[in-house]
Write a protein that binds this ligand. Sequence first.
Ligand code: ZN
Length: 283
Amino acid sequence: MTWFKRQSDKIQAAEEKRVRTEGLWVKCEGCRQIIWKKELEDNLNVCPKCDYHFRLNAGERLLLLLDEGTIETNDEELASNDPLTFTDTRPYKSRLQKSQADSGLKDAIINAYGTLQGRPVIVSAMEYSFIGGSMGAVVGEAITRAIERSCREKKPIIVVSASGGARMMEGVVSLMKMAKISAALARLDAARVPYISVLTDPTTGGVTASYAMLGDLNIAEPGALIGFAGPRVIEQTIRQKLPEGFQRSEFLLQHGMLDAVVHRKEMKNYIARALDFMTPKAA
Ligand SMILES: [Zn+2]
């Protein structure tokens, strides 16, 4: 019974000939259609078919808001020293190292100077991919420094939030930053320097409960998840089904939690107009 045995070698799969298509296409979370990545990037990472806003990283955010060639970053040396020597499924130190290697940042934030359509501004942009954009000692300190700089130099500040909330691996140290930033914002308010808070998908937890909602203007991108606790926790607590679209930008605008929902393409123009309105004209 040897007649059906394969005499020659196994057929070689032509691995190297296979065309690599992964990474060229992405599936839209909004309309479930397949979009060419290049087309998506050319459209500011907004779905050309349904306007779903994909997440931007902190660097892309700065490029979106600030004028080309004016961006200058600072406070890059700030890094967490793991104050609680915390370990869950793995040590916090190793999580930090991995996020630092992946993102090229020391923590979940970039502080920058620049001009926005010619107006000098200070921007703090949060990086969601860095441990869920969580706010620990470093993010708190960086935002506080940006606010203090804004206060000293009388330049408006824009904070772009993208965060899961306070960083639990730093426990109370991160919670204290909610108060620290809020106090700095009160001084900024007394100095009459504008603060614009831009809430992007997602902005939750301690970040929503502090600086993200303390702007002179609180504006959000369409469809962003914004809230304090997650919907499941709320449903289980109040034992009621939550309404459709609960905790999305549009719902929050309707219920008075936000001042505006602004499309990504309009964001820079919108902020420029708002700053014109809020700052006195040079005589
Ligand atoms: Zn879409």
